[in-house]
Design a protein around this ligand. Structure first.
Ligand code: ADP
Ligand code: MG
Ligand code: MG
Length: 252
């Protein structure tokens, strides 16, 4: 079993006016096999948490720690984080001009495993995963994220997750911009990976609707850069009814 542990994390973002503190003491522990939903209003720092775990250079950790089985994640390069088993699906995935999905996936797999995947097996795995996600085979020859629709971007992220087999996945608003059919396909993909592996998932979302398909074991409400409340799935149901107003009023 593996554990991703976030302790008293403080993070500032680089802005034109200098560093701006965003995360103000985040505590979170995710074990293998667990799904944690992070829910919160826009601007509460959810993406900042995702970027900090991923090692984005604009986000400076001013104190606190992130460890994976006791190893200091914050001391690792972005590549080392991926090799250690961390996977981040960004809210706004970037284009990679001139690199096809097929090449991108194989390069990433090779980098993470330290050796190229056996070709025949790999080709079969990619084909199966794409079929499962109802993706057109031609998609593999398109350039990464170039002209992808919202749904295609999210399917591509889940495709990566299926094939790269991380220990922990951080999915930042994987549900945003998806219609109900795409949401179902993407959610099924996440559930398939959960069923086939012992992955730990940090599911970041503004809305409760994805939680009808992907069932969290734990729910954390994020307000103003820290966890304001945590609980089980019933907390998500309560948010569905009453939204975040309660927390924001309490703050004012
Ligand atoms: P969420 O994902 O919960 O909507 P974010 O982490 O994206 O929240 O943003 C949290 C806060 O940090 C917001 O007030 C946002 O404006 C600010 N912020 C995030 N990134 C930047 C940036 N690059 N420059 C300036 N402010 C930023
Ligand atoms: Mg499982
Ligand atoms: Mg965000």
């Amino acid at each position: 079993m593996s554990t991703l542990e976030i302790r008293d994390l403080h993070v500032s973002v680089e802005t034109n006016d200098g560093p701006k503190p965003i995360l103000r003491g985040v505590d979170l522990t995710v074990n293998s096999g667990e799904t944690h939903a992070i829910m919160g209003p826009n601007g509460s720092g959810k993406s900042t948490l995702a970027y900090s775990i991923a090692g984005h250079p604009k986000y400076e950790v001013t104190s606190g720690s992130v460890t994976l089985d006791g190893e200091d994640v914050l001391a690792m390069s972005v590549d080392e984080r991926a090799r250690a088993g961390l996977f981040l699906a960004m809210q706004y995935p970037v284009e990679v001009p001139g690199v096809t999905v097929s090449n991108f996936l194989r390069t990433a797999k090779t980098a993470i495993d330290g050796k190229a995947p056996a070709l025949r097996q790999w080709v079969g795995d990619v084909k199966t995963a794409m079929e499962d996600l109802r993706m057109d085979p031609e998609f593999a020859e398109r350039n990464v994220n170039e002209g992808f629709s919202g749904g295609e971007k999210k399917r591509h992220e889940i495709l990566q997750m299926e094939l790269l087999k991380p220990k922990f996945a951080v999915l930042d608003e994987t549900d945003s911009g998806l219609d109900v059919d795409a949401l179902r396909v993407v959610s099924e993909g996440v559930n398939r990976v959960k069923g086939n592996s012992d992955i730990g998932v940090l599911l970041i979302t503004h809305y409760t609707r994805i939680l009808r398909y992907i069932h969290p074991d734990h729910v954390h409400v994020f307000i103003d850069g820290r966890v304001a409340e945590q609980g089980g799935p019933e907390l998500a149901e309560r948010l569905e009814e009453s939204g975040y107003d309660r927390y924001l009023t309490a703050r004012a």
